[in-house]
Design a protein around this ligand. Sequence first.
Ligand code: GLA
Length: 420
Amino acid sequence: MKVGTRKPKTFNFQLWNAEAQNFQLSTFNFQLKRMKLTIEDVRSRFIKHFDGSTGNVYASPGRINLIGEHTDYNNGYVFPGAVEQGMIAELKANGTRNVRAYSIDLKDKVEFSLDDEKGPNATWARYIYGVCREMMALGVPVQGFNTAFAGDVPLGAGMSSSAALESTFAFALNDMFGDNKIDRMELAKVGQRTEHKYIGCNCGIMDQAISCLGKAGHLMRMDCRSGEIAYFPWEPKGYKLMLVNSCVKHELAGSPYNERRLQCEHVAEVIKKHHPEVDTLRDANMEMLDEVKGEISEVEYKRARYVIGEIDRVLAVCDALEKGDYELVGQKMYETHYGLSKEYEVSCEELDFLNDVAKEEGVTGSRIMGGGFGGCTINLVAEEMYDHFKEVVQQRFQEKYGKKPIVIDVVIGPGARRLL
Ligand code: GLA
């Protein structure tokens, strides 16, 4: 991500997100030319904004998710992969109890004390503060540090830029102050708790888990009840993944995301009265849901129907992949889109339009990716159709909405790591 030229006036999350998103869009062509964020982009600013010395450099990725949406907080399965885009941060201990953080993308500097109970106001800095506090709560003797960081995950695209930020810092603090004693799954939970306690988004574990545990060239199926992980090589013969960013701002904090989670939890509670073995929707099936239909609202019924179906779809897609049956993978993706749009109701007009275009053009699979309410569709496209679809989808979206959606090629990269 390129450094912006405008300075946001206030640093509440909404504004930051909106400005960053606009900025992101306006500089995207530049980004494409530069290809991707480099260590040098971060190091040069770290040197400039602090005392001229250098520190350790870390990176963590954003993610795609082939299938398994809104299943993580219902203890179901997810099937994400880390992407090449992510966050890079340079850190150096400064001998104080204060963190001095510089956001290269926003050109904003914030200082906070590790011992402050409230933490900073700027949301981007609250992510770092939350991670520090949660690492301290795990017994890591975090000391004050200077840091500069930047990212090239498109903000608001549903590719988990915030998880990338959390994982970068959790991994870095574990390495610099914690002798790497905390395992990667626990680091992911540090990021998740940061979202819950310091940001207000009651997210599941998928984004942070894949950012910490991703493996280059592999998708990761995770059982969110047991924590069990299985890596699947991602080398589809004759197909490619394409993200199409509707550029409709997706923002989960304070959104109906938390409401969806509560609805699912309520349905599980009602089912549990009849079936004590059911703790979450993962443990339920369609028959159980039908049994309690009269005790829950129509909306709750739809939400739970989607989730129970989606948990099964992840397993079906994994099986299909092992057999090389991409047509079935694609069919399941369309089913997921339908469910997210009509039952879970987290789509929007633009995303449904992108899905329709994919269907009309004969694209193998297409669906909303991530939390919804905007962001990208993920498309499984036959190689020979890739360029054609890219052109058509951009042109048709532009005709209808007056702006070109951004097409992002997917390369499955590694999880959190130290670069220097
Ligand atoms: C967001 C959340 C995840 C997950 C997805 C939907 O990305 O952070 O935990 O719930 O939405 O699958």
